[in-house]
Design a protein around this ligand. Sequence first.
Ligand SMILES: Nc1ncnc2c1ncn2[C@@H]1O[C@H](COP(=O)(O)OP(=O)(O)OP(=O)(O)O)[C@@H](O)[C@H]1O
Length: 239
Amino acid sequence: MTATIEVNGLRKRFGPAVALDGMTFVVRPGHVTGFVGPNGAGKSTTLRMIVGLDRPDAGTATIGGRHYAELTRPMRHVGALLDPHALHPARTGRNHLMWLAASQDLPGSRVDEVLALTGLADVGRRAAGGYSLGMRQRLGVAAALLGDPPVLLLDEPFNGLDPAGIVWMRDLLRELAAEDRSVLVSSHLMSELQDMAGHVVVVGQGRVIAAADVNDLVGEYASLETAYLELTAGAGGIR
Ligand SMILES: Nc1ncnc2c1ncn2[C@@H]1O[C@H](COP(=O)(O)OP(=O)(O)OP(=O)(O)O)[C@@H](O)[C@H]1O
């Protein structure tokens, strides 16, 4: 099963601040899509809306044509790594995943599979509150993969990973996309995305500035970083 992510005309204000101003794009299966833009451009808010954690003032976000709230056992449709610190510190990594698996009617055996896949098999019985940032990111990826979903959303998954972890994450995301999943990855690491992503959505001030194939941007600007800097010049920074 494959599924696209469709974000259509999302608008959101937080008090006087306009976080999203007509955000519109599509994420297709088969390659990693990078989601890039200056701090405060609206990336995390968009990702949160796709999984129903923030409510838009207008517009829609759908996964395989359906709103997140309409999905039964949503982790079988979409896996999200949004906040690596969203865990109970006293619970072990394994129990954190067991609880999530039970909520989705997934077998406990899947927990051990994703612990092995994310390199956490040896630390799965330690309290997650003692995990380093890199270990929390891996646990977040394990949770995202629990339901073997066709769609994955990852907000800055490279944060806190050591160099070996960065290589691991890059290869994993590539493999997941090659399995015909839709993989949306927000990141500020342009060189990583240039190596890994097939498509990129560049945003600024709550809307899309450009959506293009990475190869086309690199052909035109010499590097993804140069393309990003030129495209976002004038798109402001922190708001
Ligand atoms: N809960 C909130 N309350 C008030 N303002 C918010 C809230 N969440 C987001 N914002 C504002 O919305 C705008 C977009 O923020 P968002 O976190 O989506 O940006 P981002 O592109 O993910 O940034 P970064 O690259 O720094 O992670 C910012 O101006 C931010 O301050």
